[in-house]
Write a protein that binds this ligand. Structure first.
Ligand code: ATP
Ligand code: MG
Length: 479
């Protein structure tokens, strides 16, 4: 019996009891009840002030603030965590929306202050501690304004703007627009998942840090260089990026720009929250097929950094290769993020097989993998095309991919002559891909070797990891 009086034994028993109590609290969710009661107890010692946001004004017109607060509250994660809420289907397939229920109470935190919202009939009531009101209320309402504006912006339909040739001075830099409906998303793009996540989190921090930069009075911008062979997903990536950000796309055709000032004007005439795109920049620079000078282009890139119109914009440039491009374009700090788009490897192939053929695995996969290990490579576009053409028979699709991979350069030439010469013909005249284009055409073994030297196994395997996402100081600061 003396053991019962042993202090170590008592301590042990106490620990066991506390542990079990904690387990019971968590398992039975009693913890939530305890927290709730504690909050009520705490509230008892505070004085609250209430602010009502009515749905309609005195003349029965809609109160815009009510709409903004409603949009804002429905986006809060606390809606998801509250005791009950309404679920509705959204516009997109499989989309489920959470919507406040009448009499639901939502909790929010802002600058360390706790704020409650009560959804009454036709009124939203804000409950805030008197002690916090002076410090928090005004910035909190501004915060609601800007968040709901962003959310409204996200819901609207996107547009694709293209520049047309101007006639006379007053027609300079005119944009024509069509609805932007490209279905590409980051999920549909075959890309190293690590890299994809890095890009997504980079964009997410871009969106978040916007508020921060606004407060500092700094221009908030992001620029990307996408480089890699034809058909590797650069244009699809731009569409995915625009869909991800819900930004309009301004696609600049440099051959239709009359001079440097016209290019500047185009930027000035674009709206905020947009992606400005110049595709095949290397081709324009090497062919000199634009009236815009190199310094005009550099100023255009830097214009994003220094002028007001750089706000809330993303700029994207694409190239087939960086090797023959003037170093001034590539110098650190000019374009924030460089992303390499390599030819298809086995991992990308598996992503394509999954999305195009619904195949997670197949008995022919080991054979495909072996061929990829030997250095054969096609672009994702080429593999995708073979899969689409044979989508009713996965085995036939895989066999045709294997055949194309085995025949490699020459085979690919045969496979793509028609498509490449029509769809991508003029793109292949420049620098790096100029040599590659020989392979895609009919230039034979030397060109194949040259092509492999440029884009072969070594590059695909080892350099894509290290080069594909070059973060520089500026970018990290932004993120
Ligand atoms: N990485 C990829 N993942 C999924 N699909 C891809 C990928 N790359 C290419 N494709 C498919 O191939 C087609 C052509 O791709 P895209 O136009 O994006 O290539 P690109 O790199 O822009 O080529 P180019 O340099 O010739 O403009 C698209 O229909 C796209 O769906
Ligand atoms: Mg493209």
């Amino acid at each position: 019996m003396t053991i019962l009086y042993n202090p170590f034994f008592l301590l042990f028993i106490t620990f066991v009891f506390l542990f079990l109590f904690r387990v019971v609290l968590i398992k039975t969710e009693l913890i939530f009840t305890v927290k709730k009661k504690w909050r009520l107890f705490e509230d008892y010692f505070h004085v609250y002030q209430l602010f009502k946001v009515p749905k309609f004004n005195e003349s029965m017109q809609r109160n815009q603030l009510y709409h903004k607060v409603f949009v804002y509250l429905n986006s809060l994660t606390s809606v998801e965590d509250s005791d009950f809420t309404n679920l509705f289907t959204g516009k997109k397939p499989n989309e489920i929306l959470l919507r406040l229920d009448p009499n639901q109470i939502i909790e929010d935190d802002f600058l360390g202050a706790k704020i409650l919202w009560i959804n009454e009939d036709n009124n939203l009531v804000l409950k805030i501690r008197k002690a916090d009101k002076r410090r928090v209320l005004r910035p909190y309402l501004q915060h609601i304004h800007s968040i709901s504006d962003d959310l409204d912006e996200k819901k609207r339909d996107l547009k694709l703007y293209m520049n047309v040739v101007g006639h006379g001075d007053d027609q300079k830099g005119r944009w024509r627009c069509v609805p932007f409906t490209h279905p590409s998303t980051f999920e549909t793009i075959a890309m190293e998942s690590d890299l994809k996540n890095k890009v997504k989190s980079d964009l997410e921090s871009f969106l978040k840090a916007k508020q921060y930069y606004h407060r500092l009075g700094r221009v908030w911008k992001r620029s990307y260089l996408l480089y890699g062979p034809s058909g590797t997903g650069k244009s699809s990536f731009i569409a995915a990026l625009a869909n991800f950000l819900s930004y309009d796309v301004y696609d600049i055709d440099l051959s239709k720009v009359s001079d440097d000032s016209d290019l500047k004007l185009l930027l000035l005439q674009s709206s905020a929250k947009s992606v400005i795109v110049i595709e095949d920049l290397d081709r324009y620079l090497s062919e000199k097929s634009t009236a815009v000078s190199l310094s005009g282009i550099l100023n255009f890139m830097d214009g994003m950094l220094t002028s007001n119109c750089g706000e809330e914009r993303v700029m994207v440039f694409t190239m087939n290769g960086k090797d023959h491009v003037d170093q001034a374009v590539l110098r650190p700090g000019r374009i924030d993020v460089h992303i390499h788009f390599p030819l298809c490897d086995f991992t990308a192939f598996k992503t394509l097989a999954n999305s195009y053929l619904g195949l997670k695995d197949h008995k022919l996969f080991p054979q495909v993998e072996e061929i990829f290990q030997n250095g054969s490579s096609l672009s994702p576009a080429e593999i995708g095309e073979l899969m689409i053409a044979n989508r009713n028979s996965p085995s036939r699709a895989l066999k045709s991919v294997i055949h194309a991979l085995q025949t490699d350069g020459d085979g690919r030439g045969a496979l793509n002559i028609g498509r490449r010469s029509t769809e991508n013909g003029p793109r292949k005249l420049s620098g790096e891909m100029g040599e590659g284009s020989g392979v895609f055409g009919k230039e034979g073994a030397n060109a194949v070797k040259e092509f492999k030297k440029l884009y072969g196994l070594l590059r695909v395997k080892s350099s894509r990891k290290s080069q594909s996402f070059d973060l520089n100081g500026d970018q990290k600061e932004g993120g």
